[in-house]
Write a protein that binds this ligand. Structure first.
Ligand code: EPU
Length: 444
């Protein structure tokens, strides 16, 4: 995380926390999936599209969500959090500028762009930078807005959009890496109040986009085709308030299933949505892990046995956000697995840390080659991003001895009470101050 202002003491304390994992315990039991982070973020942004009250439930308790609430307040919305999981937003009078000091804290704040254009027909929002998983440009978001007739300028790191003359049009969101998830969300939010019909081609088909559309339809938007590659939106004059519950987090669900499998345990995730994890579950099963699926639960049991090859792809393909966790799992099996990353070709920072734990991984371009069946041993390791932090903890669960995962603030962006819930499944994991680490282990 980057912060410009002097660091608040609580934040500093959090930044200095580490996880200590003592490996070798089989994880057994049931855990309930949280609401999806990547649904909740654009959905919270979308509440700015109406002046009426919107209530969002099943919102996970994460630092990214608190950042988003801070941004909504900055835009002028009244934001309250009456009970766990519920946020109430009333955006009666809002303004269109979002500065860099807010945007830089969380890349997903870029989804304010579509909400501000949809509500105010203008936006001025600082462009988030790249991050450790890749360059992460927003050219496709801007190309989409231009196709609607918006005037778009980039000046001093800020994108300025004037949508007064915008009209529905055909827009294609295909880019070099496929489509864009938050770009699709932005364009939908911009189009819901743009006169005429907008047809988005090569739209993202992710369940999180469908969830956003479900909310917008409840708010009075006219949208069809969500969940397919072509989404049509006919602009309406205004949107109104509603209540909505966020879908379960498929990435968190997958992470708990790997936690069970990597320890040869038996873990069931309740309130899960199996159909959102089809390609992941197929690969888990191909790896030899037992998988049982019910209407709203998924159970994974037994150790992985087989080397498998995965290639990440936009939904419904294998999710890039489960790539690091699956890599940790593949370290255990006999044979040679390959992991090809098609969304973020350099999202392999976690592999250097897994190698420090004894994993045998080499790279050829955007493919990681894992020679499995190498015993993992506990080590001090450094999390580079959200999913890497989860993968290192999972590896620690399977390793002999103590693993210390540093930079835990990455984990807190996307996993609610992760170590507490792993403990409930039987893991020996504790969150500790960095000062508890053995001498010489902590980073400077
Ligand atoms: N891209 C472009 N131009 C653009 C936009 C994207 O070239 O204008 C490229 C990106 O550089 C990347 C690919 O297209 O190579 C996909 O990017 P996308 O825009 O789809 O990613 P995103 O919307 O910024 C969301 C999730 C990510 C997840 C990706 C891919 C949220 C808030 N974030 O990001 O989640 O990895 O989709 O599925 O929804 C995470 O939760 O750990 C996470 C990183």
């Amino acid at each position: 995380m980057e912060t410009g202002a002097p660091m608040a003491p609580l934040l500093l304390v959090k930044m200095l926390q580490v996880a200590r994992i003592r490996g070798g315990k089989k994880l057994m039991g049931t855990v309930e999936a949280s609401g999806s982070k990547n649904s909740a973020l654009p959905i919270l942004a979308a509440t700015l599209l109406t002046s009426e009250e919107v209530t969002i439930r099943q919102v996970p308790d994460l630092s990214d969500i608190r950042f988003m609430a801070e941004i909504l307040r900055h835009q002028g919305a009244e934001v309250s959090h009456p009970e766990k999981g519920t946020w109430v937003i009333r955006a009666q009078k809002i303004h269109h500028q979002t500065p860099y000091e807010l945007v830089r804290k969380m890349r997903a704040s870029v989804c304010l762009l579509g909400a501000l254009v949809g509500r105010l027909h203008q936006a001025e929002i600082a462009i988030p930078g790249g991050c450790v998983i890749g360059a992460r440009p927003i050219d496709l978001h801007l190309r989409g807005l231009e196709a609607l007739g918006c005037q778009v300028k980039v000046e001093g790191g800020v994108v300025l959009v004037d949508a007064q003359q915008a009209r529905g049009n055909r827009v294609n969101l295909a880019g070099p890496m496929g489509t864009t998830v938050t770009g699709t969300a932005n364009l939908i939010m911009a189009a819901v109040t743009t006169p005429g019909t907008t047809q988005i081609e090569s739209a993202a088909q992710e369940p999180e986009i469908v969830d956003l559309c479900t909310l917008l339809i409840k708010m009075g938007a006219q949208i069809t085709g969500q969940g397919t590659g072509t989404i049509a939106i006919t602009g309406v004059k205004t949107l109104h308030g509603c209540e909505h519950s966020v879908i379960p987090d498929r990435i968190e669900t997958g992470t708990y299933l790997v936690a069970g499998a990597i320890t040869g345990g038996d873990v069931t995730v309740k309130r899960a949505e199996p159909k959102h994890l089809k390609s992941f579950l197929e690969k888990l099963n191909e790896a030899g892990v037992g998988v049982e699926v019910g209407p709203d639960y998924i159970r994974a049991f037994g150790y992985p046995q087989n080397a498998v090859s995965i290639t990440t792809a936009p939904y419904p393909g294998f999710p890039t956000d489960l790539q690091a966790q699956f890599t940790a799992l593949q370290c255990l099996v006999n044979g040679r697995s390959t992991i090809t990353e098609k969304i973020y070709p350099s999202r392999f920072m976690h592999n250097a840390e897994l190698q420090r734990m004894g994993a045998k991984i080499s790279h050829e371009g955007a493919t990681a080659i894992i020679t499995g069946n190498q015993p993992l041993s506990g080590a001090p390791v450094m999390a580079s991003d959200l999913r890497a932090s989860a993968a290192l903890i999972l590896a620690g669960l399977a390793a002999q001895g103590e693993t210390w995962v540093q930079r835990l603030y990455h984990l807190d962006r996307g996993y609610e009470r992760f170590e507490e819930r792993l403990q409930a499944l039987g893991a020996d994991i504790e969150r500790l101050p960095a000062s508890a680490m053995p001498k010489g282990f902590a980073e400077d």
